[in-house]
Design a protein around this ligand. Structure first.
Ligand code: ZN
Ligand code: ZN
Length: 253
């Protein structure tokens, strides 16, 4: 009986410590991880302030991205970012919520409750959330596949990706994932004209922070299910010269 009480008390004590730690880190990070998309572009691209990058991949149970897409994301980042101490991915699983759709408020709340990697000292952190549902703002037949919503935060509507890949006349799942994941990362790198200035004018202003080249990774269509038809039977889009030049001028490779 005595033993049991001690264990209970200890458990209680460690819970309190854990919560306190969590609170402390939250207070610290609120200052730097809820800024405008594109505002950390130079910190992500250059080696000046941050020598390494960790990308936290947080996925709901059953919605983990493919290993192929993760390898391609790492390659894409290594090709464009100056990080002398390397780029790494960290994977964490969270419980699926079973909601059919999520608003940006829902998404931000999930991040606040679950994100575990934050920018500290010489390492910058980025965050991807893979959801078990669709975007609540989808209208009609057009569906959003992903979004960047803070300076280092991105969401992937993984259920929509899974439903629209791997089938007949659909791109393979890893191909669609790679395209959307790399596109969203392009936004937090400041593309197009979103914290990384254009070296020559190539913004599709009608469609926001996107590239006017329809073959470029940063074309607006990539973020929507309109990309599905064009991806089938063609290679994964890459950044065009205009986008690459912008990144290079802002500390990238
Ligand atoms: Zn976009
Ligand atoms: Zn471009």
């Amino acid at each position: 009986m005595k033993k049991l009480i001690i264990i209970t008390i200890l458990l209680g004590a460690s819970l309190v410590t854990f919560q306190a730690c969590k609170k402390d880190s939250r207070i610290k990070v609120e200052k730097n991880h809820r800024k405008q998309t594109g505002s950390s572009a130079n910190d992500l691209l250059s080696n000046d302030q941050y020598k390494s990058l960790v990308v936290e991949i947080q996925y709901m149970t059953g919605f983990r991205p493919t290993d192929e897409a993760m390898t391609r994301l790492t390659n894409f980042l290594q090709e464009r970012l100056n990080k002398s101490n390397g780029i790494s991915l960290s994977f964490t699983e969270i419980g699926a919520q079973g909601k059919s759709s999520y608003s940006f408020d829902d998404i931000k709340k999930i991040e606040e409750n679950n994100r575990s990697e934050f920018t500290a000292k010489k390492q910058i952190a980025a965050y991807f959330l893979f959801l078990d549902g669709e975007f609540s703002g989808n209208s009609g037949s057009s569906k959003v596949l992903g979004a960047a919503y803070y300076n280092t935060s991105m969401v992937i509507f993984q259920k929509t990706i899974i439903n629209n890949s791997g089938g007949l006349s659909q791109p393979s799942r890893d191909k669609l994932e790679t395209t959307v994941i790399n596109h969203e990362f392009g936004h937090i790198l400041g593309l197009v004209n979103l914290g990384t200035s254009m070296q020559s004018f190539h913004q599709d202003t009608e469609n926001g922070a996107h590239c006017d080249n329809e073959d470029c990774l940063m074309n607006w269509i990539v973020e929507t299910d309109g990309v599905i038809g064009s991806l089938f039977g063609s290679p994964i889009p890459s950044l065009d010269q205009n986008c690459i030049k912008d990144l290079q001028a802002n500390g990238g490779k």
